[in-house]
Design a protein around this ligand. Structure first.
Ligand code: ZN
Length: 424
């Protein structure tokens, strides 16, 4: 941020302290703040804030603009918010599924400006997929009316386990063509920015916890049920990744009665019985028997609209019961407050959720089963990309908090004492 001085008379020591305090709070907050919010955060009176804001605006250090707070708080309120000048940068979230890439550009308050999805085979062609993802990001940034030089942070989720010690894909059975690849480095080389990379289900959990159905929850499992089935595990308010980053790969749990070969080389994995492609095949078969029903799975409407059909509802509930059998053991083990359902199957809604509820009630211990609410995610297919956006926003905030702390240290060394919280 530019250090510009007002051309007015020199600031008194007290006004300078107030100014530094307000700038530090704005840097730490990472987005726009109202005057009353600044007053609460600093402990300064409304008139002191008003004086300070006027002086900072004159210096070109802050900007004031009207914002629709309803898009953040859900109350449809408009208010004037104050941000640091040059605070109008953007963040980027990337979601790689097994069969798609989604990119989203957002403001630093998390509001999405532009998003795009491309369907492709992610598992088997890492190089072209990374190229396509980078092209998608550039197109999104351009369409949002910004430039790549305005990007403050980027985060991405990948559909497989990343070794958290080395940031390299290591599991030879789950995303085998990506083994040995360091996605963060690959993205950074293509985009010219550092990129934070994590597992897609962890990103989904973070998206639901920041913007969706898991807000306020510290202990829950986010289940991404799509082409693969993975869980994002949040325990004690933190994402639990395990010793090396592979926690939550529930799709490869063996089912006693299943025998089909899985892509991981085992037989009878949960993914071989329940994945979006097998469920869609069953639904296409069931619905083809109706006079007007689709004969091919490609002709199926979105799963969320199929619950009213008794036969389709049974197929979805059956898939839920199968996934629920695996989740029941995790409920016994971890005692979560909720199972939040995401991915294309999670978006099917109640028949699928009801099947999971049934199995959890039947196979988990009653007290643990009662504690675990089974809910459909609030963000649908956007949970993962919104989680990546949330991660990027936090990167910006962490960076700004570091800048603010450095600024505070400068203030302390300049004035010889800390910033007193007294009113101006
Ligand atoms: Zn498997």
């Amino acid at each position: 941020m530019p250090e510009r001085q007002s051309s007015d008379r020199p600031l008194s020591a007290r006004r300078r302290r107030t100014r530094d305090q307000v700038l530090a709070i704005l840097a730490e907050h990472g987005g726009g703040m109202t005057r009353s919010g600044l007053s609460r955060a600093t402990g300064l009176s409304a008139s002191a804030i008003s004086d300070c804001v006027a002086s900072l605006r004159k210096s070109g250090l802050i900007v004031e603009a009207e914002a629709d707070l309803g898009r953040v708080s859900g109350r449809g309120r408009r208010a004037t918010v104050i941000s640091l000048a040059g605070d109008d940068g953007i963040v980027v979230g990337i979601d790689l599924g097994h069969a798609h890439v989604t990119a989203a550009v957002a403001r630093t308050d998390g509001v999405i400006l532009d998003r795009r999805t491309e369907l492709l085979d992610v598992d088997h062609h890492p190089g072209p997929v990374l190229d396509a993802a980078a092209a998608l990001v550039r197109a999104c940034v351009r369409d949002s009316g910004h430039g790549m030089d305005e990007v403050l942070a980027i985060a991405a989720g990948i559909p497989g386990p990343l070794d958290i010690r080395t940031q390299v894909v290591r599991s030879p059975t789950i995303l085998s063509d990506w083994v040995g690849l360091a996605p963060a480095e690959e993205f950074a080389r293509r985009l010219g920015h550092p990129v934070t990379v994590g597992n897609d289900a962890d990103m989904g959990a973070h998206g639901e916890r920041t913007y969706g159905a898991a807000r306020g929850l510290d202990d829950f499992l986010y289940v991404k049920a799509s082409h693969g089935i993975g869980a994002g595990v949040v325990l004690g308010g933190r994402t639990y990744r395990g010793a090396t980053g592979i926690a939550g790969e529930i799709g490869h749990t063996q089912l006693p009665d299943a025998a089909d070969w899985c892509r991981c080389g085992s037989r009878g994995c949960l993914e071989t019985v329940v994945s979006i492609s097998t469920v869609r095949r069953r639904l296409a078969h069931v619905l083809a028997s109706r006079a007007s029903g689709p004969e091919e799975e490609s002709g199926l409407p979105p799963l969320a609209g199929l619950g009213h059909d008794p036969a389709a509802a049974r197929v979805l509930a059956d898939a839920g019961r199968t996934v629920g059998r695996v989740l029941a053991d995790l409920v016994n083990c971890l005692n979560p407050a909720a199972l939040v359902l995401g991915g294309e199957l999670g978006a099917a809604g109640e028949p699928f959720a009801a099947g999971i509820r049934e199995s959890v009630a039947r196979y988990a211990q009653p007290a643990s089963a009662r504690a675990a609410e089974v809910i459909t995610g609030g963000l649908g297919a956007d949970a993962e990309v919104r989680g990546a956006v949330a991660t990027a926003v936090e990167t910006v905030r962490t960076h700004r908090a570091g800048t603010a702390a450095a600024r505070r240290r400068t203030v302390v060394s300049r004035s010889g004492h800390g910033i007193p919280p007294s009113p101006d």
